[in-house]
Design a protein around this ligand. Sequence first.
Ligand code: ARG
Length: 466
Amino acid sequence: MSHPVSQLWSGRFSEPVAERVQRYTASIGFDYRLAEFDIQGSLAHARMLTRQNILSADDLVAIERGLGEILAEIRAGHFEWKLELEDVHLNIERALTERVGDAGKRLHTGRSRNDQVATDVRLYLRHGLDRIQHALHACRSALLDLAERTAEVAMPGHTHLQVAQPVTFGHHMMAYFEMLSRDAGRLEDCRARMNRLPLGAAALAGTGYPIDREWVARELGFDGVCENSLDAVSDRDFAIEFCACASLVMTHFSRLAEELILWMNPRFGFIDVPDRFCTGSSIMPQKKNPDVPELMRGKTGRVHGHLLGLLVLMKGQPLAYNKDNQEDKEPLFDTVDTLLDTLEIAADMLAGIRVQPEAMLSALRQGHATATDLADYLVRKGLPFRDAHEVVARAVRLAEERGCELAQLALAELQAFSPLIGEEVYGVLSLSGSLHSRDHVGGTAPSQVRAAIARARVALARDAAD
Ligand code: ARG
C-alpha cells in the first residue's frame, strides 16, 4: 500500500495532506472488506444511469468490463490497495478509470460516497446477517437434538445456584432454544428495517439527475428505498440495532457457556465436552480446561463493547453525514465475525455434549429436590400452603440431621410432622413422580418436553423455509 497518488478530491487544495493525517483519515485498512458490495452497488447504479439515458451504453459496457476485472483481481488477492486513495470507494474508482478511461470518471454521476458507503454497509450487513441466521439455525437444531436425547434425564434445576427442583436436562436445553428463537426473530426484524436503499440520496439532498431509485433497489434486492435523503446518508441505527441483537445472542451463549463450565467441572460432572473444545495445562497434567466456553463468555464482553461504541459514536452527530461514521466499520465487522465464529463453534460443541445421568441423580439426592412436591401433596390433602411449607421444612431438618433423603425417613417419622401423610407419599417424593406431575405446557414432564420439541421442529422448519 503506497506510491504517492493525488487525491481524487485534491483540486481545491493548495498543499498535500500530511502523511500522518493521511493515515489517520484513511479507512482502506479495514473497509477493503466492502469491495464486493461496493462493486455490486456501482454496477446497479451504472445500469440505472444508462437506462435513464444519463450514461451511454458504451460507457456502461466499459464500466462493467472494468469492474468485473477489478473484482476478479480483488478475489484473487492481487489488487493493490493504496493508502493515499483513502478508502475502498476511491481505490476502486481510480483503478476503474485507469482501466477504462473517462467512463470510469462518469460512474460517480448522481452519487456521492455518502450514499455509496451507506449502501455498501447495508449490503455487507445483510449478507453477514443471513449467514448468522443460518448458523443460529444450526445451533437451534443442535439444541433440539440434544434435548431429544435427554428429554427423560433428571437433573437438579437450580435457583440461586442451589438445588431447587428436579427438571429434565432436555427441558433445560429447551430454555436455550426459546432464547435463540427470539434472537432469530429479532435478527429477522432487524433485517427488514435495514433492507432499504440509501443510493440516490447523493451527498445529502438528493440529485438533479432523473434517477430511478426503485429500479436500483430491486436490482440490489432491497425491499424499497430510504424515504429521506438526509436520513439515508446519516443513519446507522440499522448497525446499532444489529449489534444490540448480536449482544443478546452473545449474552445467551455466555450464560450457556457459564453452565457448561460448571457442569463439566468434576464437582458437578454432569456433562462431558469433547476434547477438541478444551485444552490442557502446560504445567498441570491432570487438567482439561473449558477454553471454548470461557472464550464465548469472554467474547460477549467485546460485542457488548461494540454496541456501546456505536451508540456513543452516533449520539452527538448533527445531520447529515459526518466522517465520524467511518468509525462504524471496525466494531461492526468484528461483531459479525465474532458472532459467526461463536455460532458455528457452538453448533458443533452442542452436538458433541454427552450427559452423565448418574452424576445428576446423585446431586438430586443430596438436595431434597422434591421437598416442594411434599408440600404440594399436603396442600392437596387440605393443609394451607404456608403450614405445609413449615411441616416440610421441619422434615428436611430431620433428614439433614440424619444425613439422608426425605424419602428415607420412615412413614411414622414423617407422620409425626403431619398426620395427613400416608403411604403414597413415597411416590410423591420420587424423582419420577415429581417430574411427571409437572404435566402442562411449559412444564418439565418428559411428555411435555417431547411435545415442546415437536412444536419447535415445526417452527424451525418454517424459519428455514422463509
Ligand atoms: N470512508 C468513508 C466512510 O467510511 C466514506 C464516505 C466518505 N464521505 C465523505 N464525505 N468524506 O464513511
